[in-house]
Design a protein around this ligand. Structure first.
Ligand SMILES: Cc1ncc(COP(=O)(O)O)c(C=O)c1O
Length: 445
């Protein structure tokens, strides 16, 4: 039978006949309009070529993991508990692992009961489940400016409005949070929660100062706003003592998210949410409808790693490795970057936030940077409102120190060329460049 192209009334796609890129486009739910590939995703294909120094991706560097130990533990797990490990499990997560998670959180001052923990498929799924149970379309989530691109994607997918509040070198600015709350409420909209990454922020690289934490909690308590504390990097600080979690001082108003992706390995996809009891029940229902249960095998592998290996010793090694790379990046920036470029010095985690000299646009510059064989993530990826064009996120977690230095050298070449072009052809700055938030950078120049 001859194939006919779909008519306006019958849009059943006929393979090979559609002239559209996506012949299903009119059938998708409205919420998919917000589901676009992130700037990071689009970059991965190019940035992963070996000749490009990628300062873009935030992949944890797990080359130091003792694979023989992990392999042995997994072998034992299959031999001794295989029938359970490969079976469905509890929607809330493995009870033994939930107890161990409470021990992990104690390192940040949190006293919690395993009943209040829900294991998730990475903390990414926890962001999704929390948004799913709290947010209707049009509800507002307050986020730092800038914020984690993966969370912004979730908020967009649930059709939330993201309102950013400024950060400085000490993290979220209390007055900016107050102003955001006041202006959202004046517009008649409902704020569902504050999403914050207090430690070693992705992408800003800053940490919320200890003195500021009680004030942020107090503002949210007074305004009756939940806090979603996302803390995957909390144990990756370069000082010995981790920051005290917000959740350590506020049990009812905070949902805390943790992850083994950066302290162990992201491939297991094990994270968790610690929530007030009633919220925990809703989260389990949401988890059951999403996945039935988090993967038993991954949970038991993580549990066995925690109990049979010096995992804190391994975290210490990771910290030292990241510290060395942070030092290399900061030294290279200091040695090579032109004046009027600003950046911060992170005290943990993976990222430096760099702001270009006035008039330069990191997004417009990216193709030229990739041609010069260096990649970064333009700041606009981390804002829901078009800001951030003058900034970029640089990751030092993955490349070797030599590659980091070479990457910065290439980046400097591109920036200097851009500055020359601007001088030659005048100062008509890129139309997309918008300012409005304080930069979280410490001015080092
Ligand atoms: C701030 C933040 N939250 C959540 C995640 C998700 O981590 P995972 O799902 O691997 O636990 C990441 C990953 O990079 C992150 O940077």
């Amino acid at each position: 039978m001859e194939q006919q192209p779909p008519s306006a009334t019958d849009r059943t796609p006929v393979p090979g006949t559609s002239t559209r890129l996506d012949s299903y486009v009119e059938r998708y739910a409205a919420r998919t309009a917000g589901m676009t590939a992130s700037e990071i995703r689009a970059l991965f294909a190019v940035a992963s070529r070996p000749e490009v120094v990628s300062l873009a991706g935030g992949m944890p560097n797990i080359s130091g993991l003792p694979l023989d130990v992990v392999g042995g533990a997994i072998h034992d797990l299959v031999r001794t508990h295989g029938a359970v490990a490969m079976q469905y499990g509890s929607g809330q997560g493995d009870p033994a692992l939930r107890e161990q998670i409470c021990d992990v959180m104690r390192l940040e001052g949190i006293e919690a009961h395993p009943d209040d923990v829900v294991v998730t498929v990475g903390s990414q799924q926890a962001v999704d489940l929390v948004t799913r149970i709290f947010c209707d379309p049009g509800d507002v989530v307050i986020c730092e400016a800038p914020s984690y691109v993966g969370a912004l994607g979730v908020f967009r997918a649930y059709e939330c409005d993201v309102v950013h509040a400024a950060m400085d070198e000490h993290g979220l600015v209390p007055d900016a949070l107050r102003e955001a709350i006041t202006s959202v409420r004046a517009s008649g909209r409902t704020i569902k929660f504050l999403y914050t990454i207090p430690n070693y922020h992705n992408p800003a690289g800053v940490s919320m100062a200890a003195e500021r934490r009680p004030e942020i909690l107090e503002i949210c308590r007074e305004a009756d706003i939940l806090v979603l504390e996302d803390n995957p990097y909390g144990l990756l600080g370069f000082d010995d003592v981790p920051y005290r979690a917000l959740r350590a001082d506020e049990a009812e108003g905070v949902i805390y998210l943790g992850s083994f992706s950066k302290t162990f390995a992201p491939g297991f996809r094990v994270g968790w949410a610690l929530a007030p009891h009633a919220v925990r029940e809703k989260l389990v229902l949401a988890q059951e409808s999403a996945t039935l249960c988090p993967p038993s095998f991954s949970q038991m592998a993580v549990s066995s790693y925690l109990s049979n290996h010096d995992w804190m010793g391994q975290v210490k090694e990771f910290r030292e490795m990241y510290r060395e790379r942070r030092d290399t990046m900061i030294d290279s920036l200091q040695d090579l970057m032109p004046a009027a470029t600003r950046w911060n010095v992170p005290d943990g985690g993976f990222y430096v936030w760099l702001t270009l000299p006035d008039g330069l646009d990191a997004k417009a510059m990216l193709p030229r940077a990739v041609t010069a064989r260096v990649a970064y993530v333009p700041g606009t990826a981390f804002f829901s409102d078009g800001f951030g064009a003058q900034s970029m996120r640089l990751s030092y977690c993955y490349p070797t120190p030599e590659r980091i230095r070479e990457g910065v050298r290439r980046l400097v070449g591109v920036i200097e060329e851009e500055m020359e072009l601007r001088e030659t052809f005048g100062a008509a700055g890129p139309a997309t460049l918008r300012r409005g938030y304080e930069s979280p950078n410490t001015d080092l120049t």
